[in-house]
Design a protein around this ligand. Structure first.
Ligand code: ZN
Length: 226
């Protein structure tokens, strides 16, 4: 703790340091220790139903987890820009089909905080890629209790029908991308996909920074929409 504080102090004076741990290093690169702490996501976890392609960058552990936790808590930390840059590079490398990019609308707790990492990343990708929202808005109707304490089925039930897409004046695109930081059950993304399918979007894909290993079992009781 003290070491981190000292490092932050030094970095505040001399250089930005490693975005994940604050230790001195070159420019905005991760230090060697943090670079070595990235794991690939498990291929066994649940896939959000109704979503055609789910692209996950890392497992939710080590450095990615630290970057996400810090980025959610502290908007001005160097973690959010680092994550945005990593995601952008990945999207460019993979060469995905263009389409509007949306983050699931924030829960009441995040709205209250006034800082929503996923929306920040979505806005950053829209700007960098030039893929606009096409005049559409993804909205959350009302607010539910925190998700963390619920099981997968409870999450799904609580979220059913909670999301709506407001159409713009432009025509409905065939492809839409959803963007989130951590994938657990996929219930939120699934319900967002349902909202897009219901207005006539054909292909909904998802970009996710990390897959959490907490929920491995695929969810049932849900069929492909519309
Ligand atoms: Zn580091």
């Amino acid at each position: 703790m003290l070491g981190t504080m000292c490092a932050s102090f030094r970095n505040g004076l001399f250089s930005p340091g490693c975005p994940a741990c604050g230790e001195p290093c070159n420019e905005e690169q991760l230090c060697r220790a943090c670079r070595s702490s990235f794991a690939s996501p498990s291929t066994e976890g649940s896939v959000p139903l109704g979503i055609r392609e789910t692209h996950v960058l890392w497992a939710y552990s080590g450095t990615p987890r630290r970057l996400i936790v810090q980025a959610k808590e502290e908007p001005r930390s160097p973690c959010a820009p680092y994550l945005a840059q990593a995601l952008f590079k990945e999207i460019q490398t993979m060469g995905f089909e263009p389409g509007p990019v949306f983050a699931p609308p924030a829960s009441w707790r995040r709205t209250w905080k006034g800082w929503h990492l996923a929306e920040h990343l979505a806005e950053s990708m829209r700007r960098r890629l030039g893929w606009s929202r096409g005049g559409m808005r993804l909205r959350r109707l009302g607010f539910s209790k925190p998700q963390v304490t619920r099981t997968g089925q409870e999450r799904r039930q609580a979220l059913q029908g909670r999301f709506r897409v407001r159409k713009g004046k432009k025509s409905i695109p065939a492809r839409v991308w959803l963007l989130d930081d951590v994938l657990t059950t996929g219930a939120t993304l699934s319900e967002c996909a349902r909202a897009f399918h219901s207005i006539g979007v054909d292909r909904v894909g998802a970009w996710i920074l990390c897959r959490s290993e907490r929920f491995r079992k695929p969810l049932d009781g849900y069929t492909k929409h519309p």
